[in-house]
Write a protein that binds this ligand. Sequence first.
Ligand code: S3P
Length: 167
Amino acid sequence: MSNIYLVGFMGTGKTSVGRELARRTKNKFIDLDDLIESREKRSIPDIFAKDGEPHFRKLEKETLLEVSKDKGLIVACGGGIVLDRQNIETMKKTGKVICLSASAQVILERTSRSTHRPLLNVASPKEKIETLLKARASCYALADETIDTSGFSVKQVADSIIKILPD
Ligand code: S3P
């Protein structure tokens, strides 16, 4: 099986859905952000704070390229992976790109409990979410499929993905 890449905005459930999908399809799960953190031995907020977003994007691109050499993986990607067209090409060449979506309100609710997302650690996260969603819409639209997760459980979203996977 080629890889399955889960993309989509922060808080759309890529990691939880990816784990569930991997469990049900008996494939290996990789969370790209976790892999970057374990290799760098520091957190993503730390990478953003000390070296800036461009450096994080470089690490993200390198890690994706490496992971894409393997097969049969379910890969949960960071929300900004689609900003780089070469990343999209890498994913499309080596698998299927599935975008998870959710409304700004749902994203706000799901992300407000955590502080590990540097881009949302701002005075007005709701505005930031709306601005980033607009700016990124054309990038997320390049995915092979989009699945709305608002109001659905992790299991329900995994069910919808399994239905559209090639046999
Ligand atoms: C980012 C999303 C984060 C992480 C980093 C940047 C983004 O991943 O990669 O904070 O630009 O949307 P999640 O989507 O898993 O939160």
